[in-house]
Design a protein around this ligand. Sequence first.
Ligand SMILES: Nc1nc2c(ncn2[C@@H]2O[C@H](COP(=O)(O)OP(=O)(O)OP(=O)(O)O)[C@@H](O)[C@H]2O)c(=O)[nH]1
Ligand SMILES: [Mg+2]
Length: 465
Amino acid sequence: MTSEADDTIAAIASPMTPAPRGIVRLSGHDCIDVLCRMNVLDSNEASGRRPFRSSKTLALGDPLGAIEVDVMVWPTQRSYTGQPSAELHLIGSAPLLQSSLDAAIHAGARAARPGEFTMRSFLAGRLDLTQAEAVLGVIEAEDRGTLDQALSQLAGNLSRPLQAARSTLLDLLADVEAGLDFVDEDIEFISDEVLMQRLDELRSLLLQTRSQLSDRGGASPTIRVVLRGLPNAGKSRLLNVLSRTESAIVTDQAGTTRDLVTVESSWGGHSFQLIDTAGLETREKSDPEAPISQEAQLQAAEAARGADVHVWCIDATGEDSFASLKCPDAVLADAKRSAELICVATKRDLMPTEWNGDSMQADLALSSESGAGVDALIERLVEFAEQRDAGETGSVIGTAARCQDSLAAAIEHLAQAIQWTEQMAGHELVAAEMRLAVEAIGEVTGQVYTDDILDRVFGRFCIGK
Ligand SMILES: Nc1nc2c(ncn2[C@@H]2O[C@H](COP(=O)(O)OP(=O)(O)OP(=O)(O)O)[C@@H](O)[C@H]2O)c(=O)[nH]1
Ligand SMILES: [Mg+2]
């Protein structure tokens, strides 16, 4: 697979469904020559070193004739794939895209295999393996939650700590190996005590990473549901009804809840953590309650930031509506990007029978007094949990599955290195285990790879990516 990394490859990089725009992508050392042979670059343009865009005509022969194309060229290694690359943008019609690809192949390119563009980017050091898998996750994401995970993986949130751990381990290994060279002179570059401590820290970090990955890959973690709204909206009473407990104090005085109240519940096989918060308010500085209120607001905001679902409560008997909340990005500005917003009209029993919450743009109306509508809220929560689980089959799961064995091996080699050190079995043995751990971590991020690993990662991509 890797030996052909210099070929110039071409593929249709946009969906084969009718669209205003479609893309044929090329990458490889002969990319510019291929474009010249297709007559979409002239000799002047072919010698440029800067990326450029040019409007051209591409002759596709009978019966299609000549079509307008926008040619975008990255003539040097400074491209996504680390090779001269180009894109032809044309009308997104399947026969035109196919004929343009045929023209590129006729001019000397080879049809790209699945994931070959991203693999080149990896081979050029533009992405590490977990980031390459995240590209797949971004392409395949069907909801904000999965997109969020994939973007965070693409940003290096998984590989950064692992690369740092590998680099620390290499430094420690250098110390241990330097000591081996001076063993007769009794020179020590690192004490056994410090070595064991550092190895143990690295082992803990890897254990933590592995458990994060298995959280993503296996049983879904608890879903955090935060209840928010103005004072007296009925948040605490709703928490009690949902959890069938009397965990939160309920009174008719606004500002009852101060500390967060948290209860666990389970519906439809999913675990939820329900969090009751202080009602949103701002108090005058002169108000003796102001400092307590301010602290309660901070706590509520913090809980909101970490929540998966926001249940926004508004008293149905009041004047307010959810209109301003309907743009979740505005409301959930500093909340998780994947957070769900459910707007709930409370105290439904105090409203006329025919009232259903539409007038205040509620997602649902309920009563903690009669229990009406509470099941509908629970159904919404379970639906969210199911969607999230269904979404968690993307690349991040792929990463989790691929990396479990390597991480387990790295953890085991570190444990063995610690044990050899403790038993004073000799630094040769310790160094050998550390080297194996370095290699195992490198398999996760891609410093160490085999054709088999590359096939597993890039074989899951579609052609053109
Ligand atoms: N009739 C009726 N009263 C309700 C309902 N839900 C809450 N209440 C009443 O509304 C008042 C406020 O309820 P809480 O649950 O304490 O309100 P809260 O939003 O937690 O208020 P703060 O903690 O002050 O922010 C209490 O007197 C509740 O009994 C409901 O569904 N029907
Ligand atoms: Mg309350």
